[in-house]
Design a protein around this ligand. Structure first.
Ligand code: UDX
Ligand code: ADP
Length: 472
């Protein structure tokens, strides 16, 4: 296998975009073309306002766009030109049919793979980059092999993405590890080495792990399931803290100081969101069920159940504190993205919370620094959320500042941990002045200094803490 000279990435989303932009940034000798069927998305990648917000992304794109980094809707042309193709399309959870609500919908992966098979005129390394259930590579291989000839050969690799949104560029520039799975045949191993050489432009050899295909696919689901499990564990403890007077930050700190546990991913919250955790765990649950391992399925499923419980518990607590009713009360929701430093709202806890507020006939005012109005309305109008856009418009006010959202509100609810909501950045005295009294503040992110805000007059409620716990 000669060195890779031309890469095509199918899917210009949160994974494919940043990943392949960084490859172009680090490998000037490789031409990278990112393609998508969505012309608006490609136009945005070619404009001044990129379609996704990610710290550092703009610098990387601007440095290489038009040089060795291209964004295009010409999927077929880019496939034909490339030696190596990343398949980085969306794999949402199936909404209907077999495995609905659990299994991944692989229609987009299949359609992209079929396209490669149809239009390729030379041999390709095809890299599975989207998060997919175990053995997806096998299906892709079957499609590709049915189309290989003496002259055209397809190798398939699994190269799961471990970047987290909000820190994607850093994660890509300094990855803990890069994982490349391949069939353990001479051709498979050669293809694995070719991709390892691409990452070798900037990643140390020891950090590039090579495994068989299935280990690689399962490792992605396993890593996400274990990360989410830590959050559900600490969230389960937060309920015990609230009932006993223990302080969840203190408990997490004490546990995290055990070097066997480590301190990361122990922050209690209103619940994890994002496009991966829930989807990947449900994939693992589905896989376990298919393998006739019901206890294993139930074990992992509990991580998702705990996450739903945490959101419900938070809402119940808000209603109880607001004298058992929020009907016609104004609730200011600060943050709509599933975490800070991203405009992504997929599976954001905010959506579940707001749905419940609206069902209780509250008036909801929302502010998020990076999520635009159209996205909020779209998320809330999804079937099963608020159902119609008119209803959303009736109950929801979308604001351009935290102060506007909190004006005349009965309660402020901190849902996303944006730095600008910290008590050293936002003027909470001003927020307090504008609110109805008593002014309630619910911190779902352990973000603010509650004693300080209590002194201002706020009635503060923090996940995993009680006022009695002293520091709450
Ligand atoms: C995750 C994985 O971290 C990443 O490796 C994988 O490639 C994709 O899925 P992402 O979903 O982008 O990344 O964000 P992450 O930082 O993992 O956060 C997920 C959710 O967990 C967010 O809602 C976040 O707020 C929440 N979280 C995270 C907590 O509630 N507490 C924590 O301690 C950490
Ligand atoms: P992720 O977070 O996994 O990157 P996104 O939904 O952000 O997922 O991005 C996936 C992208 O893949 C979308 O922009 C979508 O238009 C694109 N896509 C899906 N199927 C195809 C296809 N067959 N060919 C090209 N692009 C595709």
């Amino acid at each position: 296998m000669t060195a890779v000279k031309s890469i095509c990435c199918i899917g210009a989303g949160y994974v494919g975009g940043p990943t392949c932009a960084v490859i172009a940034y680090k490998c000037h000798d490789i031409k990278v073309t990112i393609v998508d069927v969505n012309p608006a998305r490609i136009a945005a990648w070619n404009s001044d306002k990129l379609p996704i917000y990610e710290p550092g992304l703009e610098d990387v794109v601007l440095a290489r766009r038009g040089k060795n980094l291209f964004f295009s809707t010409n999927v077929d042309g880019a496939i034909q030109e490339a030696d190596l193709i990343f398949v980085s399309v969306n794999t949402p959870t199936k909404k209907s049919g077999m495995g609905a609500g659990r299994a991944a919908d692989l229609a987009y992966v299949e359609s992209a793979t079929r396209r490669i098979a149809q239009v390729a005129t030379s041999s390709k390394i095809v890299v599975e980059k989207s998060t997919v259930p175990c053995r997806t590579a096998q299906s892709m291989r079957t499609i590709l092999e049915a189309n290989s000839t003496d002259k055209i050969h397809f190798d398939i690799l699994s190269n799961p993405e471990f970047l987290a949104e909000g820190t994607a560029i850093d994660d890509l520039l300094k990855p803990d590890r890069v994982l490349i799975g391949a069939l353990q045949t001479p051709e498979g191993i050669r293809a694995q080495q070719a991709l390892a050489d691409v990452y070798g432009h900037w990643v140390a050899k020891e950090s590039i792990l090579t495994t068989n295909l299935w280990s690689s696919e399962l490792s992605k689901l396993a890593a996400n399931a274990m990360l989410a499990q830590r959050i559900s564990s600490v969230n389960a403890l937060s309920a015990i803290c609230e009932a006993t007077g223990a302080d969840v930050d203190e408990v997490a700190y004490a546990c995290g100081r055990d070097s066997r546990l480590g301190s990361k991913f122990l922050k209690a919250s209103v619940g994890f969101g994002g496009s991966c955790f829930q989807k990947d765990i449900l994939n693992l649950v589905y896989l376990s069920e298919q393998l006739n391992l019901p206890e294993v399925a139930a074990y992992w499923h509990q991580v998702v159940i705990m996450n739903e419980y945490q959101k419900k518990r938070f809402v119940r607590n808000i209603i109880k504190t607001l004298f058992n009713t929020i009907t016609n009360k104004k609730i200011a929701v600060l943050g709509f993205a599933f975490k800070k430093d991203t405009g992504d709202t997929r599976e954001s806890a905010a959506i579940t919370l707001i749905k419940d507020f609206i069902q209780e006939s509250a008036r909801v005012a929302i502010y998020d620094p990076k999520v635009d109005r159209q996205q909020i309305v779209m998320d809330l109008s999804e079937p099963g959320v608020v159902d119609t856009q008119q209803q959303v418009e009736k109950h929801v006010q979308i604001c351009s500042s935290a102060y506007e959202a909190a004006k005349d509100a009965d309660a402020v609810v901190l849902v996303t941990e944006w730095d600008e909501f910290r008590d050293d950045q936002l003027d909470y005295a001003k927020i307090y002045d504008g609110m109805h009294k008593p002014a309630f503040l619910f911190d779902g992110r352990l973000l603010v200094n509650a004693p300080k805000l209590r002194k201002m007059g706020f009635k503060v409620n923090v996940i995993g803490k009680t006022e009695l716990a002293g520091k709450a």
